[in-house]
Design a protein around this ligand. Structure first.
Ligand SMILES: Cc1cc2nc3c(=O)[nH]c(=O)nc-3n(C[C@H](O)[C@H](O)[C@H](O)COP(=O)(O)OP(=O)(O)OC[C@H]3O[C@@H](n4cnc5c(N)ncnc54)[C@H](O)[C@@H]3O)c2cc1C
Length: 453
């Protein structure tokens, strides 16, 4: 088998597309095989009812926090238009005692309160100082001085409000994480690198803008679910009901549990890490409204955290038409409700009506009259929502990162246990370098020693 291609990439999410982009630029023939009918993965946008409905990812911070993403944004010329990646105003608030408290996650919140008591705010400063001193690297969480401590263990020496009203709700609402089971290191590194919520941005034309721009420049086949990946004497065979593809090498840019299913015969070190990288589910309900609504006190703001001590079912309310007015046609509204981890697990396979009824009822205290204003409902179910980032995955990661290059490699947000699109995009550089190292002796075109410009 000489292979149809140099490299087949499985998955057209940000990781797969960024990997294919790097390999194509290095001179390889590459095809991306995507199971869904459109690109974007968990960063996909639906265009329905005159709305741009982001199904998964919502926002991105600036370049200092997402360097790999912003490098590609510049390479693709997405920032040539200064309005293409606009700021999100009033990005984060918290619900406390029947009121929205704005300015969460930004210095101004330390003055205004942002849902925390004065003593909790002092402790937040103490925690931030400690994390800044720890020199955390989001790409290498296993080297963190926090070791295998869980998030709950890290927070136990701080004011309980930090766990109950800020960092616990943040971890559960945005990453689906249970502080008792999640390792502190990836969360702390993400928090320390993400900076102030005052700088959050979004893509004006939908969060899938990035994926669509990459896909336009690549050979991508949608509606092509890969069902098995076999390493043979002279390459890799990727089976699918849509037809088998052969390539000299393959990159599996899918969540780790999917990669584990595709490659039951993966070598021991890979297998151990694939199995340790569990995922948590996420459940989001998007509601198209006949007019804009926002929680009282949110003042044009975007996301409101609802701590479990306030409501154990509803975890985040986002006002998508405030994220960017172009998300809806004039006069309409778009809000999303994110379930808590427990509710997500309970409701993941429930009918749409049941999900909508349960979550909408919970949002009524924040958005009185919400159920009267709904024109259309979309439930976004993610069985593999985000990498669970448990202590066991931290332990298996060290050996995984130093395995020798091979015919099958991996990309995705689970590689560095980084629960965001930057984790996915940055994993692409390593995957592409490893594949080039594997192919180099037989690659016809010269292969650059580095993928950096
Ligand atoms: C609800 C939610 C909110 C989020 N919010 C943010 C946010 O605001 N900011 C942020 O930066 N990140 C956010 N994220 C995380 C971000 O979306 C992910 O980290 C990122 O999409 C991961 O990219 P990926 O390419 O690794 O995986 P994915 O995006 O999951 O892409 C994998 C692709 O592989 C395809 N695939 C799977 N199996 C197969 C198969 N057998 N054959 C072929 N194709 C297959 C899938 O259809 C998918 O398109 C959020 C995630 C969720 C779920």
């Amino acid at each position: 088998m000489s292979g149809d291609l140099d490299v087949a990439v499985v998955g057209a999410g940000p990781a797969g597309l960024a990997t294919a982009h790097a390999l194509t630029r290095a001179g390889c023939s590459v095809r991306v095989l995507e199971a869904a009918d459109a690109v974007g993965g968990r960063m996909r946008t639906l265009r329905e009812h005159g709305c741009l409905i982001d199904t998964g990812a919502e926002m991105l911070p600036p370049a200092a926090a997402y360097p790999a993403t912003w490098k590609l944004i510049r390479d693709l010329g997405l920032d040539d238009d200064p309005g293409a990646v606009p700021r999100v105003r009033g990005a984060l608030a918290a619900w406390r005692g029947g009121r929205v408290r704005p300015h969460v996650g930004r210095p101004l919140g330390l003055l205004t309160g942002a849902g925390l008591s004065p003593r909790a705010r002092v402790d937040l400063l103490r925690l931030q100082t400690e994390l800044a001193r720890a020199g955390l690297d989001p790409e290498r969480p296993e080297r963190s001085p926090l070791g295998a401590r869980t998030l709950a263990e890290l927070l136990s020496s701080y004011h309980p409000e930090l766990r109950d009203r800020l960092l616990g709700p943040l971890a559960s609402g945005f990453f689906g994480w249970d502080p008792e089971r999640t390792a502190a290191a990836p969360f702390a590194a993400h928090l320390a690198s993400a900076g102030s919520t005052a700088h959050w941005r979004t893509y004006r034309d939908g969060m899938d803008t990035f994926a669509r721009a990459l896909a336009d420049r690549l050979d991508v086949v949608t509606g092509h679910p890969v069902t098995g990946v076999a390493v043979e004497v002279d390459g890799v065979r990727l089976d699918s009901p849509a037809g088998a593809v052969t390539a000299r090498a393959a990159v599996l840019a899918v969540p780790a549990p999917v990669a584990a299913r595709l490659r039951p015969d993966a070598p021991g070190i890979e297998r151990a890490h694939l199995q340790a990288c569990e995922y948590v589910p996420m459940l989001r309900l998007s509601l198209v409204l006949d007019r804009p609504m926002e929680p009282a006190g949110a003042r044009g703001g975007f996301a409101t955290l609802v701590p479990a001590v306030e409501d154990p079912v509803l975890n985040v309310v986002t006002v998508d038409h405030n994220k960017h007015p172009g998300r809806v046609s004039a006069g309409r509204g778009l809000v999303s409700l994110i379930a808590s981890p427990g509710a997500a697990a309970d409701l993941l396979d429930a009918p749409d009506d049941e999900v909508a009824d349960r979550l909408t009822a919970r949002a009524e205290p924040l958005l009185p009259g919400l159920s009267e204003r709904i024109e259309a409902v979309h439930v976004h179910r993610f069985h593999h929502g985000l990498p669970a980032a448990g202590p066991s995955a931290l332990r298996t990661r060290a050996a995984f990162t130093v395995r020798p290059p091979a015919a099958v490699d991996y990309a995705g947000d689970w590689i560095a246990l980084r629960p965001c699109s930057e984790g996915a995009v940055s994993s692409a550089t390593t995957a592409a370098e490893r594949i080039l190292a594997f192919l180099t002796p037989r690659t016809a075109t010269p292969v650059p020693t580095s993928l950096e410009d």
